[in-house]
Design a protein. Structure first.
Length: 278
């Protein structure tokens, strides 16, 4: 009887694992999560081939909980981390990810900005011998049918504001494009406008949490998005997003999604159709 119970128990565990795998398989769907992590940025990308990409980590350790509830328990790999820039509200949550997950590669733009969190970030990379790539415009990272292109920064960049060293990327899958800006501000946006003829994207991640220093009219019209996602914390002390920026998006008939009002936001692309995740 005990032997039969052990076999039955093992069978139940096996079925549970198989059901978990089936549930978490993307079935040719690209999913992009704009995590609600307070006043900061953290975007998680799950490709149709089940590769994991993380853009920024938010201001605290909330990201670890978000990843735990989003990824299947058996998947402890992050294929690529993109740190847009080393302000704590983008960086801090990545430190715990580096410690707990198998990170295959990190893309970032080294700067002279020094904080305890940034120093810790670089020390862990060195200790774990994680490969790094210095971000420069024109680089392309392919994940089977998903392409991520670095749009900015350019070589020999000299900016007084750390936000304008943000790594800007454009993700393309089928005929749908996502544009990720980090905290890029007006000066950086102008450089992008000077160097590209076409970057239209269906989804725009608003620069600098919807601050009035970003998302200029010329830049937004150039990208021509249908949707804008704003990563912003509830009742934040910076009064983000700016009312003028919200009005700009509304005047251009752009659909607005905000973490402070909607919590986690997830988009998926399947059969060349962009929609909210089911």
């Amino acid at each position: 009887m005990k032997k039969l119970l052990k076999i039955l128990f093992s069978f139940i565990i096996l079925i549970s694992i198989l059901l978990s795998i089936i549930y978490f398989e993307n079935n040719n769907r690209l999913r992009i999560y704009f995590f609600n992590i307070g006043q900061g940025d953290s975007i998680f990308i799950r490709t149709p081939s089940n590769e994991n990409i993380l853009i920024d980590g938010g201001p605290d350790n909330t990201l670890i909980t978000k990843l735990g509830s989003t990824l299947p328990f058996y998947d402890q790999t992050i294929d690529l981390i993109i740190l847009t820039h080393p302000h704590d509200d983008h960086l801090f949550g990545l430190i715990n990810v580096l410690e707990r997950y198998n990170v295959k590669k990190i893309l970032y733009y080294p700067t002279n900005h020094e904080t305890r969190a940034y120093t810790n970030f670089k020390e862990i990379i060195s200790e774990k011998n994680i490969p790094t790539v210095e971000a420069l415009a024109g680089q392309i990272f392919n994940f089977k049918d998903v392409k991520i292109k670095v749009i900015y920064p350019f070589p020999d960049l000299e900016m007084s504001n750390l936000n304008n060293y943000s790594v800007v990327t454009r993700l393309s899958y089928q005929e749908i494009d996502f544009f990720f800006t980090g905290d890029l501000e007006k000066e950086g946006e102008e450089i992008v406008l000077e160097n590209y003829e076409y970057l239209e994207s269906e989804v725009l991640k608003a620069g600098h949490h919807g601050s009035k220093t970003s998302s200029t009219l010329e830049f937004v019209k150039f990208l021509n998005p249908d949707i804008v996602a704003i990563q912003v914390g509830v009742d934040n002390k910076f009064n983000h997003p700016s009312e003028s920026v919200i009005a700009r998006f509304n005047n251009l008939d752009i659909e607005i999604y905000r973490n402070d009002l909607m919590g986690d936001i997830c988009f998926e692309v399947f059969d060349n159709i962009l929609s909210l995740c089911e």
